[in-house]
Design a protein around this ligand. Structure first.
Ligand SMILES: [Zn+2]
Length: 256
């Protein structure tokens, strides 16, 4: 199914191999996809890439012991000016909470006043993630696939966070997210089975769900997503680092 829309699909959290070829990228067309990396080593491999649909992230995945071990504040500090998006970072139910906390807090310290979007993983360790965020607030934070209860959603929203949501989430979880704070994602490939997303950037099933939940047409849902992206990108300053194509798209949106 497709909708005739002016705005291309927007996917704020997907995983794409750092050695993906131009032929593999071509089917993604004009999509706007934030492609996470999982380690500084992986990020090093993509920093020079110019892939029209992809905005690569600088990641240190909390569920990967090797990524945490390899982390150093100094390396991260040298790398982040090359990225508009940091992700994915955060905390995970597996592994040492102490190590994850130290790395995540160090990343948030390094990013204070930096014009970036930060895609945060919080599976199984939501409260520790929110503790860290409240101590070091940042206007570019996006909690990805957030499974918090209503109190935790409220707490995160109070700290200024946005939320990237996908079609594998329940209606209840989607309804909980404030209208002006959600962004679309696929988390490709890990949500593939549940969302039938065969490619990153396939947010049509999600847009259909949201259009029912929020009683909007799919084109309005997509426009809302871009307005939310514009708002967080403006507040955080990340718009200055985003590819010109995306900044231009955001500039054409209606103000309200
Ligand atoms: Zn992810």
């Amino acid at each position: 199914m497709s909708h005739s829309l002016d705005l291309p699909p927007l996917d704020c959290h997907a995983h794409i191999a750092h050695d993906v070829t131009p032929a593999q990228i071509r089917p993604l067309g004009d999509s706007v996809i934030f492609a996470m990396t999982r380690s500084l080593q992986e990020a090093r491999q993509v920093v020079q890439r110019q892939d029209r649909p992809l905005t690569w992230g600088l990641g240190v995945h909390p569920g990967l012991p090797a990524a945490l071990e390899e982390y150093s504040a100094e390396t991260f500090r040298r790398a982040h000016p090359y990225f508009a998006v940091v992700g994915e970072v955060g905390m995970d139910r597996r592994g040492s909470i102490k190590t994850q906390q130290a790395v995540f807090e160090s990343i948030l310290d390094e990013l204070q006043d930096q014009p970036v979007l930060i895609s945060v993983h919080s599976t199984g360790r939501i409260d520790p993630v929110l503790d860290a965020i409240e101590k070091r607030p940042h206007p570019g934070l996006i909690l990805h696939w957030f499974s918090g209860n209503p109190d935790q959603v409220e707490r995160a929203a109070g700290a200024g966070c946005y939320f990237s949501v996908n079609a594998a989430m329940t209606d209840e979880a989607l309804e909980r997210i404030p209208e002006d704070r959600w962004l679309p994602e696929t988390d490709f490939p890990s949500s593939r089975a549940r969302t039938k997303a065969r490619l990153p950037g396939n947010t049509y099933p999600l847009e259909d769900r949201i259009s029912h939940i929020r009683a909007m047409t799919p084109p309005v849902v997509r426009q809302r997503a871009y307005r939310n992206l514009r708002d967080i990108s403006t507040k955080s300053g990340a718009v200055a680092r985003l590819p010109k194509r995306i900044a231009d798209l955001l500039a054409t949106l209606p103000v309200h």
